[in-house]
Design a protein around this ligand. Structure first.
Ligand code: ATP
Ligand code: MG
Length: 236
């Protein structure tokens, strides 16, 4: 029989386990001497995060891949965090419930933060269906380090493309919680860049992103400033 005392003991035990497993208050932020600026200078680039969001099949992975090739060819140190790849490793324990999607985005956001801190240009290619989670991601970066890119295609077009055959599966009822069918997608209200992937080819979409980055001095200007600073120091 469960008495008040045993019930209280169980509560205490649960609290102790919680305390043992979660102790963020006892951690101290370590500030290494080799910081983000030093790592960025070594790479001669300004680190930042491009966050691609859109319906399944809208073109995020296609554009992320082409964009990374262009950035890499021009000397940028990059990394693509693709939703599918992250779900095969870091997030393999997660499903597609609302709570799991939120946690999936939190992990992507934290990894992107670490990679930006490492001095990289990070391209996140995640459906990231919820506005609140994308806003939370934005808030983890400095204002000049986060660019939200809405990879836009109407649901009908994404379903027609259906590159992985998942819309067809969802329509047959073989997949539940599929974004666009029985799970919500909330389009960005004020993304830095909106790509109309019906009107524009993948290459044109990448050009639009590169033009935006140029216009905001996101990469080339920052690199030449760093280069000047470095060569001065080296000449000394
Ligand atoms: N302008 C465009 N930009 C990107 N992809 C396009 C464009 N026009 C047509 N496509 C085609 O649309 C499909 C997009 O598939 P892709 O895997 O990139 O989508 P995704 O947004 O990453 O989907 P998922 O969220 O399921 O991973 C590809 O077959 C691609 O060739
Ligand atoms: Mg993809």
């Amino acid at each position: 029989m469960l008495t008040a005392a045993t019930s209280k003991n169980q509560t205490l035990e649960a609290e102790m386990i919680e305390f043992t497993l979660r102790r963020p208050a006892e951690t101290r932020l370590q500030v290494p001497d080799i910081n983000k600026d030093a790592r960025a200078l070594q790479k001669l680039q300004k680190p930042f995060c491009l966050w691609l969001t859109g319906l399944p099949g809208a073109g995020k992975s296609t554009i992320a891949n082409l964009l990374e090739k262009q950035l890499s060819a021009s000397g940028r140190h990059t990394y693509v965090l693709d939703g599918d790849n992250v779900r095969q490793g870091l997030s393999r324990d997660l499903g597609f419930s609302e709570a799991d999607r939120v946690e999936n985005i939190r992990r992507a956001m934290e990894v992107a933060c670490l990679f930006v801190d490492a001095g990289l240009v990070v391209i996140v290619s995640f459906i990231s269906p919820y506005r609140a989670e994308r806003d939370l991601a934005r808030s983890r970066f400095a204002p000049d380090e986060f660019v939200e890119v809405y990879v836009d295609a109407p649901l009908g077009e994404c379903e027609r493309r259906d590159p992985k055959g998942l819309y067809a599966k969802a329509r047959r009822g073989e997949l539940v919680n599929f974004t666009g069918i029985d799970s919500d997608y909330q389009p960005p209200e004020a993304p830095e860049i909106r790509l109309d992937t019906v009107a524009k080819s993948p290459d044109e979409c990448v050009d639009l992103i590169l033009s935006y980055l140029d216009s905001k001095a996101f990469h080339r200007a920052a690199v030449s400033e760093s280069t000047n600073g470095r060569s001065l120091r080296m000449a000394d």
